[in-house]
Write a protein that binds this ligand. Structure first.
Ligand SMILES: Cc1ncc(COP(=O)(O)O)c(C=O)c1O
Length: 414
C-alpha cells in the first residue's frame, strides 16, 4: 500500500526532528527527494512518524542538572559538552535550552557539529575538542569556532595560516594518551602562539583519564597540568581540566584563576560514580507492546533459544531492539517497566524487537507503553535508568544515551 503522505515514496529526512514539541513530526515537513535535494541519511520522516519507540527529553532536567553542576564547579563557568547530538538528546534543542539558562561555552567533537550550532543560532563560544584536519583549519575561524591545538604540527599550520585569526585552546596530554602536546613542549608552543598576531590563546586544557576511577592518577595528572599552568597559564583566557566526574569529585580541578568546567554526562543526569549527587536523567526511552501470547512450559524464546519457559506464562513482544538503542547483551539480564510493574527481558534481544515475561497473571495489553530506561512520572522510582541498562550491557551510560539512533523521535517536554 502506498503511503498517503508520500505518493512517490521517496522523501527527504528533515533535520527538524528535535523541533517537535510533545508530538511527532508533522507530515507537512515532508519534502520530495530530488536531485537538488538529496537524502543524506536515508531516513524518512515516516520512519519516525510510526515508530513505536520514542525518547522523552525533559528540558527542565537539563536545567536542574546544570544548576547542580554549577554548584560543584564553584566560580568556574560551565562548558556544556553537546557533542554526539548532545549525547543523543538533540544538539540544537539542548544547546538552546542551556544558552537560555546562561551557559556561555559549548564543547563539540567536530567542526560539523560546531557549524550546526552556528546555523541553529547559537552565538555562544564553541570549542571543537578534537584534532582538526589541517586542511579544514580555516573553516573554524570563519565560523568563530575555537580550535584545539593538539600537536606541534597543528600549531605550525595555524602559525602559517596568517590570513585567519584563530582562537586556540592548547591541549596538554598529561596522561590520557589520546591527543595533546606533552607537558615538556607546552611552554615553547604556547609562547610561539602567544607571539603570533593572528592567534588568541583562548584556553589551556587537559583531560583526565580516571575522573571516575583512580583518584591518585587523576591528581598526578592535575599536578602535571598545574606545572604547565604555572609557567604559561597567564597567556590563556581560560584553563580547563574537567569532565562531570572531576567537577563532582575534585574541587582542585576548577580552582585555577579563569577555570572553566567542561561537563557532559552530568547535564544529562548521570555521573558515573557511586554517590547520588541529585542529578536527574533527562531522557526516558519508551517503546510499545506489539504482541502478546500465552506460552506453555518448554517454549523457547528468540534467537539461540537462550530462554525457555518453565511454567505457563505470557510473553510480551516489545517494538524495540538493538537497532533502536536497546543493546543486545541485556537479554536475560535486564528488566523493563510496564504499567508500573517490572518485567524481565527474556531471550536474545533482536534488531527490532525483544521479549519480556509478563507472568501468567497480568493486565498488560498490546499497545501499552514500555519504559526501557529513564525516570519520569509513574516510572520515576522503579524504572531502570541508563546506568542500570549500561551495567547489564557492560558499558557506560554515555554509550547507552548516544546509542539511541536518529530515527527514534525525540519528544521535548518543558
Ligand atoms: C575532552 C572532553 N571533555 C569533557 C567531556 C565530558 O565528559 P563527561 O561526559 O564524562 O562529563 C568529554 C567527554 O567525552 C571529553 O572528551
Amino acid at each position: 500500500m502506498r503511503h498517503r503522505y508520500a505518493p512517490d515514496a521517496r522523501l527527504e529526512y528533515i533535520s527538524h526532528r528535535h523541533e517537535s514539541e510533545n508530538r511527532y513530526p508533522a507530515p507537512t515537513l515532508l519534502r520530495p527527494l530530488t536531485q537538488e535535494n538529496p537524502s543524506v541519511t536515508g531516513l524518512r520522516e515516516t520512519d519516525m512518524l510510526y515508530s513505536p519507540t520514542r525518547a522523552h527529553i525533559r528540558l527542565d532536567r537539563l536545567r536542574h542538572n546544570t544548576a547542580i553542576l554549577r554548584k560543584y564547579a564553584g566560580k568556574a563557568p560551565l562548558m556544556a559538552i553537546v557533542k554526539s547530538d548532545a549525547y543523543g538528546h538533540g544538539i540544537l534543542r539542548t544547546a538552546r535550552t542551556l544558552a537560555q539558562h546562561g551557559v556561555r561555552w559549548f564543547g563539540v567533537a567536530t567542526t560539523g557539529e560546531g557549524l550546526r550550532l552556528r546555523e541553529g543560532g547559537i552565538e555562544e563560544r564553541i570549542l571543537v575538542l578534537t584534532a582538526p584536519p589541517v586542511e579544514h583549519l580555516h573553516v573554524l575561524p570563519e565560523h568563530e569556532l575555537d580550535i584545539t591545538v593538539s600537536s606541534p604540527a597543528i600549531a605550525d599550520a595555524i602559525l602559517e595560516c596568517t590570513a585567519h585569526a584563530f582562537r586556540v585552546h592548547v591541549k596538554v596530554d598529561t596522561g590520557m594518551g589520546r591527543i595533546g602536546i606533552s607537558p615538556g613542549q607546552a611552554e615553547r608552543i604556547v609562547t610561539r602562539l602567544d607571539r603570533a598576531p593572528n592567534v588568541e590563546i583562548a584556553g589551556l586544557w587537559t583531560h583526565l583519564a580516571t575522573a571516575y576511577s583512580d583518584a591518585g592518577f587523576a591528581y598526578e595528572q592535575l599536578e602535571r597540568f598545574d606545572h604547565v599552568v604555572a609557567k604559561v597559564g597567564d597567556a590563556a583566557e581560560t584553563i580547563h581540566a574537567t569532565a562531570t566526574g572531576s567537577i563532582l569529585r575534585f574541587p582542585e580541578a576548577t580552582a585555577w584563576d579563569r577555570s572553566i568546567a567542561r561537563a557532559g554526562i552530568g547535564l544529562y543526569g548521570y555521573n558515573g560514580l557511586e554517590k547520588d549527587y541529585g542529578l536527574e536523567p533527562a531522557m526516558t526511552l519508551y517503546s510499545k507492546v506489539t504482541h502478546l501470547k500465552k506460552v506453555s512450559p518448554g517454549t523457547s524464546i528468540s534467537y539461540g533459544c537462550t530462554w525457555t519457559a518453565d511454567r505457563p506464562t505470557s510473553i510480551a513482544t516489545v517494538g524495540a531492539g538493538y537497532a533502536d538503542g536497546y543493546p543486545r547483551i541485556p537479554g536475560n539480564r535486564a528488566f523493563v517497566t510496564i504499567r508500573g510493574g517490572k518485567y524481565p527481558v527474556v531471550g536474545t534481544v533482536c534488531m527490532n524487537m525483544f521479549m519480556v515475561d509478563t507472568g501468567p497473571e497480568h493486565n498488560i495489553a498490546v499497545g501499552d507503553d514500555v519504559m526501557l530506561f529513564g525516570r519520569e512520572g509513574k516510572y520515576r522510582k522503579n524504572g531502570p535508568d541508563a546506568a542500570d541498562l549500561a551495567a547489564w550491557a557492560e558499558t557506560i551510560s554515555h554509550e547507552i544515551l548516544v546509542g539511541v539512533p536518529a530515527h527514534v523521535p525525540r519528544i521535548y517536554v518543558q
